[in-house]
Design a binder for this molecule. Structure first.
Ligand code: GLY
Ligand code: MN
Ligand code: MN
Length: 458
């Protein structure tokens, strides 16, 4: 278990005081349990609930905290005597309570005495939400939108977690720095690698060596057109582009989320370079516009416009770029949103559906070009967002009879066929909204094509 610091306990105390200013009822947050892989003693790595981590700071399995009027009570059982044989001596409840600045520490069995009138947020694992439902005497389900005081609690926590405090930013900067190093290692390993898995290993090696984990399953693929590709067996062929979407997560759970796309042989072909520069222009244009008050959806539409203009200039799309965006022609090649919130979760607070991502009163659009937009709020200082435009040739989209007939006349299909060596490109950075504008937390990793080529060839 990591050592805690005065800075952490001060941060945690401030967070629960802020929560106490927003709600006048107690909240109980469960940490969750690990899930067995194939038999009970062989488990998937434990990941504590992010809402618990935000207030408790430590990834304690099978624990709960009760927050009331600025006070924190920790509920957890002490380790069984025989567990020392297998897991070593673990700190006891009272020591942990001291480490996180808790006001009291009690065994789990006492929690039921403290549940009346308490709100909660559903934890993802079934064992935990079943216990939450039993102890609170109502259904608490991850799939069910929160209601009543649970909804009030969710909104209060969202308002805190949306704007990162100094404690969060210190962690997010660490995750960003290690992620940038991991990507450099991946680029440097590529020319000697035979298959995708070797590049993944080089990247995750850096993350593991910093005593971190990945904040989501790494995507390291020559088939970048599969948006969340989690296969790593493909051979790396000269002429391929490798798309790596890999992010580190600190021990306290704070995430980075970065994508770079690079040529396997260290040199973009002219067609790859043309499209890469279109995606980069969209990335740069969005970041240049970030400042307090800007609507995130407008950044998405800006990316759509820049990508469409670039594809018109290359002769792939034909027509007036603004008209093409209005008819969603860009979504043939850029089918997802420009990004999302980032924090303790890589898609921060997505366990609450769109409650965090969408400003109150807004809902997802049915429009193909906007339906995958995960964030639709005006930006405020302290928010951390990703900017991740891309270009993909997805066979399921481009060969679909309906899409093809809808966009038959706006795509120059013959010209498009000349770009067959560009299956998927994405460029993703983590951008903090500041009072003055923005700060790219992942700026240590270049985006410019020739700099990427140099890193691959180095
Ligand atoms: N790494 C997942 C995403 O970019 O949303
Ligand atoms: Mn992302
Ligand atoms: Mn990503």
């Amino acid at each position: 278990m990591q050592n805690t610091s005065r800075f952490l306990t001060d941060t945690l105390r401030l967070r629960r005081q802020r929560l106490a200013n927003l709600i006048d009822f107690p909240a109980i947050l469960w940490s969750g349990s690990s899930s067995p892989r194939n038999f009970p003693a062989n488990v998937f790595p434990f990941r504590a609930s992010s809402h618990f981590l935000y207030f408790a700071g430590l990834a304690l399995p099978n624990a709960a905290i009760r927050l009331s009027a600025g006070k924190l009570e920790l509920f957890m059982n002490n380790p069984q005597p025989e567990s020392a044989l297998w897991h070593g001596e673990m700190p006891h409840r009272e020591e942990i309570a001291q480490m996180i600045g808790a006001d009291a520490a009690k065994p789990m069995a006492e929690l039921e005495l403290w549940t009346p009138g308490a709100a909660t947020i559903a934890v993802q694992d079934a064992g935990s939400w079943t216990q939450q439902s039993q102890l609170l005497n109502r259904w608490v389900l991850p799939q069910k939108p929160p209601q009543g005081i649970d909804l009030e609690l969710a909104k209060a926590i969202i308002s805190l977690r949306l704007i990162h405090d100094d404690g969060a930013l210190a962690e997010l900067r660490k995750a960003a720095a290690v992620t940038a190093k991991a990507h450099r290692a991946g680029m440097a390993a590529t020319t000697r690698a035979q298959i995708e898995a070797e590049v993944r290993a080089a990247m995750e090696q850096v993350i593991i060596a910093h005593h971190m984990t990945t904040s989501y399953n790494s995507i390291v693929t020559v088939h970048g057109e599969v948006l969340h590709n989690e296969q790593y067996h493909h051979p790396l062929q000269p002429g391929d582009l490798l798309l790596a979407d890999v992010g580190a997560e600190t021990e306290m759970g704070w995430a980075a989320d970065v994508t770079r796309t690079w040529p396997v042989n260290g040199k973009f072909s002219s067609t790859q370079r043309d499209i890469y520069d279109v995606v980069l222009a969209a990335h740069d244009a969005c970041i240049a516009k970030i400042q307090p008050g800007i609507e995130y959806q407008d950044l998405h539409l800006l990316a759509c416009t820049v990508i469409t203009e670039g594809l018109v200039d290359l002769g792939i799309l034909q027509g007036n770029p603004q008209d093409l965006v209005e008819m969603d022609a860009h979504t043939l090649f850029f089918p997802h949103g420009i990004g999302h919130l980032l924090g303790l979760d890589v898609h921060d607070m997505e366990d609450l559906g769109d409650l965090a991502g969408y400003e109150e009163g807004r809902t997802r659009s049915n429009r193909f070009g906007l339906g995958y937009l995960r964030l639709n709020r005006p930006l405020r200082p302290g928010m951390l967002v990703t900017i991740e435009p891309g270009f993909y040739q997805v066979p399921a989209i481009l060969n679909d009879a309906t899409w093809r007939s809808t966009y038959q006349n706006v795509v120059n299909w013959e010209r498009l066929s000349q770009f067959a060596d560009v299956r998927g490109i994405r460029i993703e950075d983590d951008v903090l909204v500041t009072q003055e504008g923005s700060e790219v937390l992942t700026a240590a990793l270049p985006t410019e094509a020739s700099a990427i080529e140099n890193l691959v060839s180095s």
